[in-house]
Write a protein that binds this ligand. Structure first.
Ligand SMILES: Cc1ncc(COP(=O)(O)O)c(C=O)c1O
Length: 384
């Protein structure tokens, strides 16, 4: 069993999460407070030891590893030419907007959503159409798509639908039925389905909520998809900058690659080697991480549901991010209240839903527990 309880000080390490507001306890941006798998650290050390850091290319070991990953994880055979290597996933979202839209066209998504999804249209002088997710079910509700509203909102100028699956910040793992229906919606309205699956290896109970990738769609639907993947969230190597796209259709891939132009820097050699090591050797570590995150998720949901019954926490199926709807708590600004209690959380306003907060529970349980105590009191709950 790997060790996740050890607190590793990240202050003054140039960490965005820890060094932006040194006066606050950070549970915001999506990276975890855990060291990466030792195999990743060793791969980086080995490459550093070589001492020469000229321009890099994706080496054959990485390509083979990505293909094996796609085969094992998604059950798909992907020829090398369908892979597009990227220095980050967000630039790929922006590239897609510029590749498939003209000024005046629209990018569609559903909110609440990872903030760049609500901003990439600007890079292509496009419009943004955002339809809110809706909740169905009984006491603990499930977030899903509002198909009727989506039909009513899509326009002939809409060119792209941007999907986060698993969903950040709601923690939903969409079913095969939902993804197929979404792809059919895209086909009906001639949209490119841009499927960001960066969180797909962070599904907390894969037996009850398996990942259904856009790559698993039947052929006619798959042709209009761009699937974006990365080892960065799962193995905590976001700062190294590596992601990749799978673009099965030649024409789409050519267009996507063409707009890169001279806008992207070369990917660094360390990122390639870390990505290879993570996918190749990280599985045991990942399973232990998921057990740890499951416990943190349970602690968080139980604490908030019992002590802040008016706040809503969805059933979190994936990610280490918890979406808390604080709108019924009667606070003028939940974000400000959290800050006054010394916590740095993510403000729902950036995700399209003011009055909600996102808590990153990818941290040591003891630290999470202490932060939750502060959170409950800040949101008007009783002290323990
Ligand atoms: C859905 C989603 N896509 C993309 C990213 C960031 O990707 P990258 O760091 O490769 O740009 C994140 C980070 O939180 C995310 O949640």
């Amino acid at each position: 069993m790997h060790e996740f309880d050890e607190e590793i000080s990240r202050r003054d390490t140039g960490s965005l999460k820890w060094d932006r507001r040194k006066d606050l306890d950070p549970l915001w941006v999506a990276d975890m407070d855990f060291a990466s798998p030792t195999e990743v650290i060793f791969a980086l050390q080995d490459r550093v030891k070589h001492g020469v850091f000229g321009y890099a290319v994706p080496h054959q070991g990485l390509i083979n590893t990505l293909q094996s990953y796609l085969k094992e994880r998604m059950k798909v055979e992907v020829p090398e030419e369908q892979l597009v290597h990227l220095g980050g996933l967000v630039p790929a979202l922006s590239l897609a907007a510029r590749a498939f839209g003209e000024p005046g066209d629209a990018v569609m998504t559903c909110a609440p959503i990872y903030p760049p999804f609500l901003g990439i249209h600007k890079d292509a002088l496009m419009e943004s159409i955002s339809v809110d997710h809706i909740q169905t079910g009984g006491l603990i509700k499930t977030w899903t798509f509002d198909w009727d509203k989506m039909e009513a909102s899509v326009t002939p100028k809409t060119k792209i639908f941007v999907l986060s699956n698993p969903q950040n910040p709601l923690g939903r793992v969409f079913t095969a039925g939902e993804i197929t229906q979404l792809a059919e919606f895209c086909e009906k309205h001639d949209l490119i389905l841009l499927s960001d699956e960066i969180h797909c290896d962070l599904i907390l109970d894969e037996s009850s909520t398996p990942h259904f990738s856009a790559l698993n769609l039947p052929e006619p639907l798959r042709k209009r998809t761009i699937t974006l993947l990365a080892p960065s969230k799962t193995y905590n190597i976001a700062g190294l900058g590596y992601a990749f796209a799978v673009i099965p259709d030649d024409t789409l891939r050519r267009k996507f690659n063409a707009v890169k132009g001279h806008t992207l820097p070369e990917i660094n050699c360390l990122a390639y080697y870390a990505a290879e090591a993570a996918y190749r050797h990280g599985e045991e570590w990942r399973q232990d991480l998921l057990s740890y995150l499951n416990k943190n998720r349970d602690l968080l949901t139980k604490t908030i549901r019992t002590r802040l019954p008016k706040a809503q926490v969805p059933h979190i199926e994936a990610t280490y991010l918890a979406w808390i709807d604080c709108r019924e708590l009667g606070l003028e600004s939940p974000m400000k209240a959290a800050e006054e209690a010394g916590l740095f959380l993510s403000d729902g306003a950036f995700f399209g839903h003011p009055g909600c907060l996102r808590i990153n529970y990818g941290t040591q349980t003891a630290r999470l527990s202490a932060a939750l105590e502060k959170f409950v009191v800040a949101m008007g709950g009783e002290e323990k």
